[in-house]
Design a protein. Structure first.
Length: 202
C-alpha cells in the first residue's frame, strides 16, 4: 500500500489537508506526553500529526521542490514515525522525527534528479540582513550551488529556516542550543556570500 494511502486510512485525513490548529486540549502538552498517549491509543497520534505536519511538509518541499514529492515524503515520514513509535526513546521527539525526515528526503532525492533546491529569494529575512545582501547580488543558480556546497549542519539550518522553522524549532530538531544554531546560520550565510561574490569576480 502506498504510504499516502496508508496514512489516510489510519487517520481519516484527506490528501494535502493542511494541519488544523492544535486543539486547546493538547496545544500545550509536551511531546513526550503525546507519545505516551499514542502508544496507549494509536488514534491519539493525530495530535502529533497535526503538530508537525506543516513543518515536515515545508522541509520536504524546500528539499524536493515538488508539491507531489513533498506530500508523498511527508506521508511516508509520519507513517514511519507512527509505525516506529516504540523505537522512540524519550529524547527530543522533534529531533527523532527530523532524523526520519532527513533519511526519507535523502532517499527520495536519490530516486529523483539530484540538485533540486529552494528558490533563492526564500533566503531573505524581512529587514536588512546578510541574506538580503546575498540575494540582492546573486542569481538563483549561484545561490543554489553555494548552499549545496555547505557543510551538512549549516545547510540543514538554512533549509529548515527557508522551510519556515523558527530558530527554537531548529534547535530542538537538531539537539542544539539557540546560540549554536545562530552561529551555524551566520557561518552558512557568510559562506554563501563568499562563494557568490567570488563567482561574480570571475
Amino acid at each position: 500500500m502506498h504510504f499516502s494511502t496508508a496514512l489516510i486510512g489510519l487517520f481519516g485525513l484527506t490528501r494535502r489537508r493542511k494541519a488544523a490548529p492544535s486543539s486547546l486540549e493538547y496545544a500545550q502538552v509536551d511531546d513526550r506526553d503525546l507519545v505516551r498517549a499514542a502508544r496507549s491509543d494509536p488514534a491519539s497520534f493525530t495530535a502529533l500529526y497535526e503538530r508537525y505536519l506543516d513543518r515536515i511538509y515545508s522541509y520536504c518541499y524546500v528539499r524536493l521542490q515538488s508539491q507531489e514529492a513533498a506530500e508523498d515524503a511527508s506521508s511516508e515520514i509520519l507513517l514511519k514515525a507512527f509505525v516506529g513509535l516504540s523505537d522512540y526513546r524519550e529524547g527530543l521527539f522533534a529531533a527523532w522525527l527530523f532524523q526520519i525526515a532527513h533519511n526519507v528526503v535523502l532517499n527520495s532525492q536519490r530516486r529523483r534528479q539530484p540538485g533540486a533546491l529552494f528558490e533563492a529569494e526564500l533566503l531573505a529575512d524581512p529587514g536588512p540582513s546578510l541574506e538580503d545582501v546575498v540575494v540582492a547580488r546573486a542569481d538563483r543558480q549561484s545561490v543554489r550551488a553555494a548552499v549545496a556546497s555547505l557543510p551538512d549542519e549549516q545547510r540543514t539550518v538554512v533549509e529548515l529556516q527557508c522551510a519556515g522553522w523558527s530558530g527554537e524549532q531548529i534547535a530542538v530538531a537538531l539537539g542544539k542550543s539557540g546560540p549554536a544554531v545562530r552561529m551555524l546560520r551566520h557561518r552558512a550565510v557568510e559562506r554563501i556570500r563568499q562563494i557568490v561574490l567570488a563567482g561574480e569576480g570571475k
